[in-house]
Design a protein around this ligand. Structure first.
Ligand code: BGC
Length: 451
């Protein structure tokens, strides 16, 4: 009996050892923030051509995006917190001139926004001249005000006709997105240098097809991998098609990747490490490995918010999100924390692609406006550290210009540098106190650039 137990326990220990050895060791990086002084002078390490910007997406701010998969999803009870619907959103469609002035007040030189496919192509064979003219006016106004437009061609929303033929679940549907991208590129490529093809393919695939929180609300791991593959194919085909068009050689076309780390709550817990290893592969590794081989990109757009710690428990669901003690006071309302070390880790990770990096999103939901200042300081410190280590970062675009419709969280989350009063008919925008550090940094940068 004794021998049995010795052998069994030895086998368990050895197998755990082997599994741990095969898993990438988690990097629980921590900076000693008490000893780090962060002020606007950090910007002196940044290249003079650096892009400073803010971002939005059509469905979240424009208003009246009624002809897409999200509008339909919002009509299903229980899908969106408090039953919110994007509806008029921030009415950015009509207030874009005013909003561009808000950007000018921040001092930024770039604006990342998305073109709403369902407005441009409301039906499979129909294009809207009014929508094309609208985006042309937005682009012209930005340029007139000294702000570079950066276009995202797909930010989570599909026109209903595309959703109804099976969206990216079906490989042969990719052609419709490629044709739409070509159409937009031909219209605007003379005026727009920076292009993001698909925002966060892994979110579209995993949150929509595995977790089922986003449309089409499926729970199918095989389909999730299929959609990820199709989205990479869609990206690659768009990249190749646009690059071959006149002007293609002059523009920068990027792949926008959301990087999130899955870290074990207890470093030595093998179950936590196995789950984190798998999720890391699913969320980050799968796409990044493909990109490393195929390289269909002029830059990598990094969207980074935070990491997630996972903790094993003996009762269902067995694995749960848990905030480590040292991050308890840094919890945002999105149930993750301020973890700037993770931003540095993410920058290092995507630098392995050996293409320029643009941070296409980084920001925090902070309705009480108490954490955004520390968030900005720490994340920009991490950015500076990466730049000083010769990581080729070309821009930093904050999410978001203003509060907006936060997908399944509805209007409950407040990501804006500008607060939007959704109870007021004018949807008044007010600069948040915490935006000050961002404005200081950008102004310092602009002053240094002139010297
Ligand atoms: C998305 C944005 C979203 C932000 C904050 C990103 O994943 O691209 O649309 O609002 O995260 O959650």
């Amino acid at each position: 009996m004794k021998t049995f137990w010795v052998i069994t326990i030895s086998l368990i220990v050895v197998s755990c050892g082997i599994i741990l050895a095969f898993l990438q060791p988690p990097e629980d990086l921590r900076f000693n923030w008490d000893n780090i002084i962060i002020d606007s002078s950090l910007v002196s390490s940044f290249p003079k051509s650096f892009l400073w910007g803010t971002a939005t997406s059509s469905h979240q701010v424009e208003g009246n995006c009624n002809n897409n998969n999200w509008a339909r999803w919002e009509n299903i009870p229980g899908k969106i917190l408090n039953g919110d619907k994007a509806g008029l959103a921030c009415d950015h469609w009509n207030k874009y001139k005013e909003d561009i002035q808000l950007m000018k007040q921040l001092g930024v030189n770039t604006y990342r926004f998305s073109i709403e496919w369902s407005k441009i192509q409301p039906r499979m064979n129909e294009y809207s001249q009014e929508a094309i003219d609208h985006y042309e006016q937005v682009i012209d106004e930005l340029i007139a005000q000294g702000i570079q437009p950066m276009i995202t061609l797909h930010h989570f929303t599909n026109p209903l006709w595309f959703e109804d033929i099976g969206q990216f679940e079906i490989e042969s549907n990719i052609q419709y997105f490629v044709n739409f991208s070509e159409f937009i590129f031909k219209k605007f490529s003379k005026k727009v240098t920076y292009w993001c093809v698909i925002n966060e393919s892994e979110v579209v695939a995993i949150v929509g097809h595995l977790f089922g929180f986003f449309p089409p609300g499926r729970h199918n791991i095989f389909q999730t991998f299929q959609v990820m593959k199709n989205l990479i194919k869609a990206h690659t085909q768009v990249y190749n098609r646009l690059k071959a068009l006149p002007g293609g050689e002059k523009v920068m076309i990027g792949f926008v990747k959301n990087v999130m780390q899955f870290d074990p709550y207890n470093y030595w817990n093998p179950v936590e490490r196995i789950v984190c290893g798998f999720l890391d592969y699913l969320w980050n590794g799968f796409m990044l490995n493909k990109l490393k081989v195929e390289k269909p990109l002029d830059f990598i757009g990094l969207n980074y918010y935070s990491h997630v710690n996972l903790k094993f428990q003996f009762t269902p669901p067995f694995i749960n999100v848990a905030i480590p003690p040292e991050e308890q006071h840094l919890k945002t309302t999105m149930n993750y924390t301020v973890y700037a070390e993770g931003f540095y880790r993410a920058l290092k990770l995507v630098s392995e692609l050996n293409v320029p990096i643009i941070v296409t999103e980084n920001g925090i939901a902070d309705p009480s406006d108490t954490l955004r200042d520390i968030y900005l300081r720490r994340y920009l410190y991490s950015l500076k550290k990466a730049i000083e280590e010769n990581i080729d970062v070309r821009g930093y675009i904050f999410w978001s210009l203003m509060d907006n419709f936060e997908w399944m969280e509805g209007y409950s989350q407040k990501f804006g540098l500008y607060e939007v009063n959704f109870n007021d008919a004018n949807l008044t925008r007010t600069l948040r106190k915490s935006a000050k550090f961002f404005v200081d940094i950008v102004n310092k940068f602009n002053t240094l650039k002139k010297e």
